[in-house]
Design a binder for this molecule. Sequence first.
Ligand code: XLS
Ligand code: NI
Ligand code: NI
Length: 393
Amino acid sequence: MSVYSTVDSIRFEGPDSTNPLAFRWYDATRVVMGKTLAEHLRPAVCYWHSFCWRGEDPFSLGVPLFNRPWFQGDPQSAAVQKLDAAFDFFARLGLPYWTFHDRDVAPEGANLRETNAILDSLLENAARKMQDTGVKLLWGTANLFSHPRYMSGAATNPDPEVYAYAAGQVKHALEWTARLGGENYVLWGGREGYETLLNTDMKHELDAYGRFLASVVEHKHKIGFKGAILIEPKPKEPTKHQYDYDTATVYGFLRRYGLDQEVKVNIEVNHATLSGHSFEHEVTTSFALGIFGSLDANRGDEQLGWDTDQFPNNHVALVPALVELLRGGGFKTGGMNFDAKLRRQSIDPEDLYAGHIGGIDTLARAFLSAVDLHQAAELDRARTARYAGWKNE
Ligand code: XLS
Ligand code: NI
Ligand code: NI
């Protein structure tokens, strides 16, 4: 029992349903192009926005808005309660995957060893729940941006002690991702960037970041992790400028440090638009450069210049990127992670269902349209004809 137990398992009721707690387009078992919708889209619920965000914004001065039992009490038993509630939600919503940061699941202890031990006991618990519910792990990651030690970055921090701490944290998160059968490991460099170039040695920071990433790849092979290592590009926020600006920048970085065969990208809709591109531009670029990995599904707001992380709500806007996904052969290890959060006024536990249902229905509807376009092949015929001259002697 949890705050999410008031709702029965979410079912598909079709486009004519008016039930806000039913799928209208996402029929998980519907087969198109030889695979079910669930196998094509591989959707995931993210732990952080869904269960850890307390409804704060920069004006709430840290005062929580959402009233959830795990926002009170001692952090460790609260974390246990939160995990119970999250898996209750996953099971009822019925999407195949989840994603997490180490710090979403477990609070910090007094030092890295103690922190790791707290995480271990919670993730042992998660492993059992994954078994019981059948929910799988799309990817794991380490939070290298919330603790004050990371204020000047993690891999790019001027202090080598912080670099070493971050490396230890990633090592543990990567090992757990492997142990939980995760299909990818993500690195999002939220604070790997700068506030001003006047105090920044960019060459030093890029080299440090390259070395850090090479160690992650080395460790992946050492422990036999079969999943993909992914970088999630974002141009800014929280830093003024992030080194992983966009897909093309990440590709240049990977080439520079000899990692372009080892690391791919996790593209987020709202990060694409923040970098001045469209989502489909980023997806197309990653396929063209051979580094497509996974997607973070959300959307921005045309009037706002930051990462609003809204649930997708406009299927037409998503069609071009999904056409490109189909042209590229679809997901291999990746999937669609809902890196999306509720609006602040959606304070009821049921709202978390409504947000995800709307999001996945939007994706499913867009995907079905993309399948139609892809199968009709008019676009591909026209594109091929456009380059026909290159087929001649
Ligand atoms: C933040 C990012 C973050 C990553 C995981 O903007 O989207 O949530 O997906 O660290
Ligand atoms: Ni984001
Ligand atoms: Ni993201």
